[in-house]
Design a protein around this ligand. Sequence first.
Ligand SMILES: [Zn+2]
Length: 454
Amino acid sequence: MNAALSPLAAEAVQHLRALLRIDTSNPPGNERLAADYIAGVLRAAGVEATVIETAPGRGNVIARLRGTGAAGALLLYSHLDVVPVERDRWTVDPFAAVVRDGHVYGRGAVDMKGIGAMQLAVFLTLARQQQAGRARFARDLILAATADEETDDNQGMGPLCASHPELLRAEYAWSEFGGYPLPVGGKTFYPIQTGEKGTAWLTLRVSGTPGHASIPRDDNAVVKLARVLDRLDRLRLPLRLTPTARAMLKGLADGLGGAPALALRAVLSGEQAFPSLSDWMLDATELTAELRAITHNTVTPTGLRAGYKTNVVPSEASATLDCRVLPGSSAEELIADLQRGLGEAARGITFTLDSSSPPVEFPADTPMMDVIRRAIQKHDPNGIVIPTMLTGATDAKHVATLGAVCYGFSPLRFAPGESLLSLAHGHDERVSIEGLAWGAQVMYDAVVLALSQA
Ligand SMILES: [Zn+2]
């Protein structure tokens, strides 16, 4: 391992490797072992830690450093569970915390045990400073590592917020995702998540006339479903600019200048068609796709079901649709938009909402966002901090029920050719030790600034 690591970074790497060796693949999760590990580390450092099971084996751990109370608490939270692995696709044991080529390998290295370990190292460093009488904080600092983020029926942060709000209530809360460098058009942006889309998982059903398949008929449910899905794929849902999207587009335009800025400002002033930024910047293909998802409700077909025998025309065919809705919108509004967009083709089809989770959005123009900006610019003076909207979902929706302003701030740097999306949930998930060390320092600086701010 790199001998030049700072004590803070070395501590983060040490706890990351210990956490990676505890298999918390969800299902079943078994986060209790990881929660107990963190509680043990905290207690050894003289910090009281509370371990709570929200369901058998589903462990959560919470600790607090007291401030003067001049300002509201800051909560650093992470999830302890990880998604399962396809072991034979990995080149290393996913639960051995192998160190190779400057990386720590293991399921959860970036999503999100690496961040949790970083939060723990920052928390421990500040606890020791406080115990030595060298630090006085304006806010409480709360650390929480919780169960079951990676499944729909949350048995971690959701029930924990409901049963122990007094342990978790905070003015601000930081977790996944944000604070990674995003190089585009020769500039480096640092998106900070200030909102998340909600989920609306639908079943679309089409009915037709059943019968013997030896005689083709016009009213075939399988063919009708195929036509409807083709229409859905070509449908342009309305552009919706949330405050987060507006601030993000403006930040990108101001930072990029030139033709891309003109195109982005046209969107902001009501131009409906979203431009292809890759027309001007070769490295903007992913960003363009992401911005389109951030400015529209989306529909992605992910499954088909029809028929049970080759010579029988079924009476019904259905598709599962993964839809994501923006803050300010809803599943009902999305379904109405789909029906309107399909026009005549919507006749006789039904949409059923199978499950949903709410979108969330938080103000981006807070003193805390300035704190984050200052911490990042200390390490990258030319870095441009912009808000962003996560197209997926995290535990922020649960933490937000207690009134916290939730930001995705989990600074990390990736090795060339690597990105969060290529690593999280992927084979050979790994984190660059240099990148983790950078992130731990940025997070430490941001927390120190936040705790000194009344
Ligand atoms: Zn995660």
